[in-house]
Design a protein around this ligand. Structure first.
Ligand code: FAD
Length: 354
């Protein structure tokens, strides 16, 4: 049982087809007993589904074989968790509660952004949406003292929510618990379509939502699911080896880059102590065997070091999880048709899964 860290006097409301966060308890009355939902998977997808359904008046049980913890992180905690835009949470709650804080995020490019149609269109969308703090300014390269060898010439920045996933996942679970969600720790095996009826009966539910992330490969028996391996390194951001990094510095994946890793740079202060370095995106790679000495991890660090000299030789550790210096995990792409059953599959599609 999780003891709530906050009274969730907030709710998700559907307005013009979009879920928005509002203050106060949900005005939607609890629905009758036929509206019971069983969610399998206690990651960000499962718990966010649970929250939205509870606020919509459904009764929800979440079954998961593992929950977010500092000892054994799940994929939702390993995620980069820099939300580019739009901001997902209003700043009405103290950051200590949910772990989300607004930071300046800088995005760098190896040619004038007008020459990259996709990135230019994205930037124009951000500008048109009047995202707070937006500035297109090539001099950001100089301002952040990015090395010439990083070969970036253009940049823009805006304010963006950055999530301390360890804090957020515990908070999210506490919100779901305080709203009446039930939690069961259990591993579910086998094809969900075969076990659907017995699971629905056991948990007195009418609908089953599969939010098991990687577990969906087995539970949905869909072999077209394939892994995309990512990895990040956590280092101490206390100013002792390099000036404290306070803003996010990003170069997006670009498959045209000569660099075999798509040139990704992901330097994001996660909280006041920890800096996240990334990243890689390896299609069809499912082994969780990366170490700090793996060639791709060394390349990743070198790319980051060109942005903030001093990162390359910094000890990779954190104050709160010294054994989890490297967090290689998977995220998956999902391609499936619909099933004639009461099972809904809610698993991530590729990089921006959440
Ligand atoms: C290095 C890295 C960086 C990333 N960066 C970003 C990013 O910046 N932005 C973004 O949007 N996404 C990012 N992602 C992807 C993102 O982390 C995932 O898409 C997201 O966390 C998936 O959430 P989930 O709830 O589906 O899965 P999970 O967090 O894996 O949760 C699944 C849950 O289901 C449980 N479970 C699994 N199988 C079973 C079973 N058979 N029975 C019972 N329970 C089961 C697990 O224990 C777990 O609790 C990144 C991923 C990685 C690895």
């Amino acid at each position: 049982m999780v003891s709530p860290t906050v009274t969730p006097q907030i709710h998700l409301a559907e307005e013009a087809g979009v879920l928005v966060l509002r203050e106060g308890p949900s005005p939607t009355p609890v629905k009758e007993t036929e509206s019971r939902v069983l969610i399998i998977g206690g990651g960000v997808i499962g718990l966010t589904n649970a929250w939205a359904l509870l606020d919509a008046g459904y009764a929800v049980t979440v079954v998961s074989d593992q929950w977010a913890s500092l000892e054994n992180r799940i994929t939702s905690q390993i995620a980069g968790a820099l939300w580019e835009w739009p901001p997902a949470l209003q700043e009405t709650l103290p950051v200590e509660a949910h772990g989300i804080r607004m930071r300046t995020a800088n995005f760098f490019f190896d040619r004038p952004i007008e020459e990259n149609e996709e990135e230019y269109n994205k930037m124009r969308e951000i500008e048109t949406a009047k995202i707070r703090g937006f500035v297109h300014d090539p001099t950001l390269v100089k301002k952040h003292e990015i090395s010439r060898t990083a070969a970036v010439v253009d940049a823009y920045k805006h304010t963006s929510p950055v999530i301390d996933t360890d804090v957020y996942m515990l908070w999210l679970r506490s919100v779901v618990g305080a709203k009446g969600g039930k939690f069961v720790t259990r591993h579910i095996s086998g094809d969900l379509l075969e076990h659907e009826d017995e699971l629905l009966e056991e948990y007195e539910a009418n609908i089953l939502i599969n939010c098991t992330g990687l577990g969906a490969y087995d539970l949905a028996q869909d072999k077209s699911v394939h892994p995309l391996r990512g990895a990040l390194i956590r280092i101490v951001n206390d100013g002792s080896r390099f000036p404290v990094v306070k803003e996010a510095l990003i170069v997006a994946y670009d498959q045209d880059k000569r660099d075999e890793d798509g040139g990704i740079v992901f330097i994001v202060p996660r909280n006041d102590r920890v800096l996240i370095l990334g990243g890689i995106a390896q299609a069809n790679e499912g082994e969780l065997n990366l170490t700090l000495d793996s060639p791709e991890m060394r390349r990743m660090r070198d790319r980051c070091n060109k942005f903030v000299p001093g990162l390359a030789c910094t000890t990779s550790t954190t104050e709160d999880a010294p054994t989890a210096a490297v967090g290689p995990q998977w995220w998956i792409s999902w391609h499936t048709g619909s099933f004639a059953s009461h099972v809904i599959h809610a698993v991530p599609h590729g990089r921006h899964g959440s």
